[in-house]
Design a binder for this molecule. Structure first.
Ligand code: CUA
Length: 166
């Protein structure tokens, strides 16, 4: 056989398999486009580490030494929340309806989580790092914030409450 007579190897792909491969590629391209549009055009970002702190000293100096809520201006609040096994300090935060609160959360021991139930507020709480997210209190009610990262025996009991008053 001369080289010109060598049969060309061909990939025998089943019609259905080809269809699913195309569907998977289209799906991946759609996801990539959606993530790009959400991040670049709509400004949807993951909570980024706000700043670094020393977990050994964070409880004794700086804003986390006196965790709690501060009113910055009418309707604008900030809260510094310390996480430790197995509680959040403060355990309760109260703000009036219609206000905006920026939550700064850190941990002085192990990794915790912070999820404000019924909202899209959800952060990792990592020792040495401050996580920040802003919440607008539109509806009055009681919102529990829970630790969603397994942190030991008392993990299931680790929660606090944000109360939005009328
Ligand atoms: Cu803290 Cu789980």
């Amino acid at each position: 056989m001369t080289p010109s007579q060598t049969p060309q190897p061909s990939l025998q792909i089943d019609r259905y398999e080809r269809g699913w491969m195309i569907a998977a590629i289209v799906l991946l391209a759609t996801f990539a486009l959606a993530v790009t549009v959400a991040g670049a055009a709509m400004g949807i970002q993951l909570p980024a580490p706000e700043l670094r702190v020393n977990p050994q000293t964070v409880a004794s100096e700086g804003p986390f030494a006196q965790p709690g809520v501060r009113e910055l201006a009418p309707g604008r609040y900030e809260a510094y929340i310390m996480s430790q096994t197995w509680l959040f300090i403060p355990r309760e935060i109260k703000i009036p309806k219609g206000s905006e609160i920026t939550l700064y959360v850190t941990s002085k021991d192990v990794q915790h989580g912070f999820k404000l139930e019924g909202t899209n507020i959800n952060m990792m709480v990592i020792p040495g790092q401050v996580s920040r997210l802003t919440f607008r209190a539109e509806k009055p009610g009681t919102y529990n914030f829970i630790c969603h990262e397994y942190c030991g025996l008392g993990h299931a009991a680790m929660f606090g409450t944000l109360i939005v008053t009328e």
